[in-house]
Design a protein around this ligand. Sequence first.
Ligand code: GLU
Length: 282
Amino acid sequence: MPYIGRFAPSPTGPLHAGSLVAALASWLDARAHGGRWLVRIEDVDAPRCPPGADQLILAQLAACQLLPDAPVQYQSRRGPLYQPALDRLLAAGLAYPCACSRSEIALAQPARRHGELVYPGTCRNGLHGRAARAWRLRTDGAGPVHWHDRRLGAQQQDVATTVGDFVLRRADGLWAYQLAVVVDDADQGVTAVVRGEDLADNTPRQILLQRALGLPTPSYMHTPLVLGANGEKLSKQNGAQALDLADPAAALQAAAAVLGLPVAGGPPGERLAAWTAAWSAV
Ligand code: GLU
């Protein structure tokens, strides 16, 4: 099967040292496999995406010579793909409307995991006259999901007990990341997902959705995170600096070091060639 990889940033701000690691790893993996590399702007959560952040990200990638092999796609324009997927799940009895507010869920089931509420399935058997707010995937009966991560090895998670029936379309009408990412990866023919380790936890939800929609499961590799001064994943909140467009080679070198790649010299293009060869050898 021809390799298709992707980098799928949420344009909540410019790329920083942490997001460049995922961009570089996914690009190198695509090149090393003789495959194609796509860029998808994940702007479904429009209120969190400041205007222009997408263009800045694309300019930062271009400065690093990380150039997509096809026109960039925007999730905000792909709603017409997501609705039929939800409709299919509803028709199959695999998804259902939910009337619960966050505080009702907290009251009904105080179990939390990483601060997240586990949805107790209150609306699985109907709304009982209440108005639908969100739409959820049924996870009961699925059993634990086992998958192989190319870097982290064998993984498993029982989505029903750790997350519960999760949201596909949010109460504010926006599409949830889980549905959009699964529909888009399949629609774009993505065969390999290479992304930051903070997203590894989402993989079993995405695998359940792929199964429910009859879509193929790509291979997964989750890359090391860059930690901020407070020991947490680098983010705007803990002081991540936007990548310096004036010195892309230095930014790439720092990202390559996180991936365990050797020091390379010269302009970005020369370094990328050296790292592609090193990546292929792994
Ligand atoms: N849009 C997500 C993010 O920027 C990444 C999604 C993915 O790679 O699956 O965190």
